[in-house]
Design a protein around this ligand. Structure first.
Ligand code: HPA
Length: 273
């Protein structure tokens, strides 16, 4: 007999609670090169993904593959150091499984972060962008299939995918820190290839400002589950056709260059929400 998603979620939740996790308010998903923020969590409890029932195991270099629980910016958080990507071969149910578990643990708000290519010609690598909306360009959707009404509605409203009240707070936090925080629409491709210059030209016309290979499925599931979402992209490079060529090394190098600003911004956001 196949085990239902809600049973899997509950087994994962029980294991995490048994390890001392309680009263969490906010979930954090730390993208490529941005996992170091997890090291600033106070009184941390780290739980390796490989120990959690039904959790996939991440395969990308630069992703630690663990949950870190503790206090950050005065809030009880559960951070994912490393996430699962569709291009790794996981189903979207697997990719978004940790978000389901977060919801089951009582998390009401999620901060998602990622490395992204800048499509907007006003962006420079090393800048941070608050995600104001997203385009699902993966060609699929994590909610396809039977809907479990106890987890969320059949048809999820995506009108406010990134919480408008939180966006105001993020804007004011960045202003107080004198960070030139950009804003824009994130478009998610499946990857793992980077885009072609023609694809980038096309999606610029669609209204996309930044491009990446993650985030979109997790945010869809978070909205299905009724969570409030904040998204921050680190613009690590100019998108295809806007610079000579693309590589993962540059992506990681840029995240290393801006990690201090990124970490301070997220910490201050946590204090204010
Ligand atoms: N495209 C897709 N994903 C990315 C990029 C990009 O240019 N940069 C970082 N992640």
């Amino acid at each position: 007999m196949t085990i239902t998603l809600s049973k899997k979620v509950n087994e994962a939740k029980s294991y995490i609670i048994e390890n001392g996790v309680q009263d969490i308010e906010i979930g954090l998903i730390l993208g490529s090169g941005l996992g170091e923020l997890g090291e600033e969590v106070e009184n941390p409890i780290a739980i390796s993904y490989s120990k959690i029932p039904h959790f996939p195991v991440s395969t990308v270099e630069g992703h630690a593959g663990q949950l870190v629980y503790g206090t950050l910016g005065g809030k009880k958080v559960l951070a994912m150091q490393g996430r699962f990507h569709f291009y790794e071969g996981y189903s979207l149910e697997e990719v978004t499984f940790p978000v389901r578990v977060m919801k089951a643990l009582g998390i009401h708000s999620l901060i998602v972060t990622n490395a992204a290519g800048g499509i907007n010609t006003d962006f420079t690598p090393g800048e941070l962008m608050m995600i104001t909306d997203q385009i699902n360009y993966t060609g699929t959707n994590p909610l396809i299939g039977l809907n479990d009404d106890s987890m969320g509605p059949r048809f999820t409203d995506m009108s406010h995918a990134y919480d408008p009240a939180y966006q105001k707070i993020v804007r004011s936090v960045a202003k107080n820190m004198a960070i030139d925080l950009k804003e824009g629409v994130y478009i998610g491709f499946s990857g793992p290839t980077y885009e072609t210059p023609a694809e980038i030209k096309m999606v610029r016309l669609f209204g996309a400002d930044a491009v990446g290979m993650s985030t979109v499925p997790e945010v869809i599931v978070a909205k299905h589950a009724g969570m409030r979402v904040i998204g921050i992209s680190c613009i690590t490079n100019l998108a295809a056709g806007m610079q000579a060529n693309l590589n993962h090394k540059e992506v990681v190098e840029t995240t290393q260059r801006v990690k201090h600003t990124f970490k301070a911004l997220v910490k201050n956001i946590l204090s204010e929400i």
